[in-house]
Design a protein around this ligand. Structure first.
Ligand code: PLP
Length: 394
């Protein structure tokens, strides 16, 4: 045993953050047989073949080098063209686009580029597990603001306003939302845009699930709102829409000053995103839309199945409109969300994630991913119903 207190020698930032509450359950589940996992936030599809093929072809041609720090020019051009086509937004591929190692890296360096020690970052919750951690590691202070189920987990300026101080610098939003499946309407976002202008905030908008909306709901890109393009650091990537989690490829779009600042950090810490993943991403943007739309249609089918299942069980459940998560309220069973997830896993071998992993206001809920087969979802619903019938505390 060492006499040195290693914990004390770690950076205050790393000591201030807790390990993700998601992984704990996967570690337990990994040691069990017959587990049905609704836990992972990852498409169950394999990346479409034409996208994989472009990587295979790239390797065959000997493309094994670094690329430009900002990313291959072809990919940056395709990203800029995509935003012009899809949202009528003009980004200069030379100055306004940075290709990153997933949205994860983009989020980290966006935060590090703009947050000074002590700056406050407003974060509506429930939210993706990395948001608070990235703000803290950048030296900032994450300020959680609870969204309410009564308002379908949309956030309003009135809810944010009491948390604004002189140190508030960034508003970090993620819609369609992980873990709730909530989306924001144009009017909701217009109100947030006014709020951002009023308090002179930078908005980091994580739109990784922007292609995954259902029931005729169209995703509204935050940068399309009047005056917001310049103020927004728009984050997006390929992991969810194109089933490319393992490729580790994402990007950030913003004004040239912010992109240059993020590029400096990226250049010293990451150098560039993997070349083969960048080649595959070019193919995804050029020809991947039809495959993506098929996957979205399939998620929608599963969404109906799982939503109907929870409603039939009598659980209070908000109908998700985006991403591939559903966030039923399990408080009526008498369990905390942590207990529910653990006991369900032990008794019925279904893995899901306690809502508390996504912020204190997620307590009483559990997150289920429906990015898994109809068959598995149906079986999981039977098991969850069994669990509730036999193990309900009250
Ligand atoms: N943002 C959100 C909201 C996510 O849910 C995830 C992954 O689950 C990420 C970012 C990370 O994405 P990437 O695979 O591009 O790093």
């Amino acid at each position: 045993m060492s006499d040195i207190n290693w914990q004390e020698r770690l950076s205050p930032g790393v000591n201030a953050i807790a390990p993700s509450g998601i992984r704990k359950f996967f570690d337990i589940a990994a040691q069990m047989k017959d587990v049905i996992s609704l836990g992972v936030g990852e498409p169950d599809f394999v990346t479409p073949w034409s996208i994989r093929e472009s990587c295979v072809y790239g390797l065959e041609q000997g493309h094994t080098s670094y690329t430009a720090n900002r990313g291959m020019p072809e990919l940056r051009e395709e990203i800029a063209k995509h935003f012009q086509r899809r949202y009528d937004l003009t980004y200069d591929s030379n100055t306004d686009v940075l290709v990153t190692v997933g949205v994860s890296e983009a989020l980290d360096i966006a935060m590090r580029a703009v947050v000074a020690p002590g700056d406050e970052v407003l974060i509506p919750e429930p939210c993706y597990v990395s948001y608070q951690a990235c703000a803290t590691l950048a030296g900032g202070v994450p300020v959680s603001v609870a969204a309410k189920i009564e308002n379908e987990f949309r956030i309003t300026p009135a809810e944010l306003e009491p948390y604004v101080t002189e140190r508030t610098k960034v508003l970090l939003i993620g819609y369609p939302n992980n873990p709730t499946g909530a989306i924001m309407t144009r009017d909701d976002l217009l109100a947030l845009a006014d709020f951002a202008k009023k308090h002179d905030l930078i908005v980091i908008s994580d739109e990784i699930y922007g292609e995954l909306t259902y029931g005729g709901e169209e995703h509204v890109c935050f940068a399309t709102l009047p005056g917001m393009q310049e103020r927004t650091i728009l984050l997006n990537g390929f992991s969810k829409a194109y089933a490319m989690t393992g490729w580790r490829i994402g990007y950030a779009l913003s004004n040239p000053t912010i992109i240059a600042a993020m590029t400096k950090i990226h250049q010293y810490t990451m150098l560039c995103a993997p070349i083969t993943a960048q080649m595959a991403a070019v193919e995804a943007l050029r020809h991947g839309e039809k495959y993506m739309k098929k996957m979205v249609a399939e998620y929608d089918r599963r969404r109906h199945l799982i939503y109907d299942g929870f409603i039939k069980m009598g659980l209070e459940c908000f109908e998700p409109k985006g991403a591939f998560y559903i966030f039923p309220n399990i408080a009526a069973t008498g369990y905390t969300s942590d207990e529910f997830a653990e006991e369900l896993l032990k008794a019925e071998h279904v893995a899901l994630v306690p809502g508390s992993a996504f912020g204190a206001c997620g307590e009483g809920h559990v997150r289920c991913s429906y990015a898994t087969s109809v068959d598995k979802i149906s079986q999981a619903l039977v098991r969850i119903e069994n669990f509730i019938r036999h193990h309900k505390k009250r």
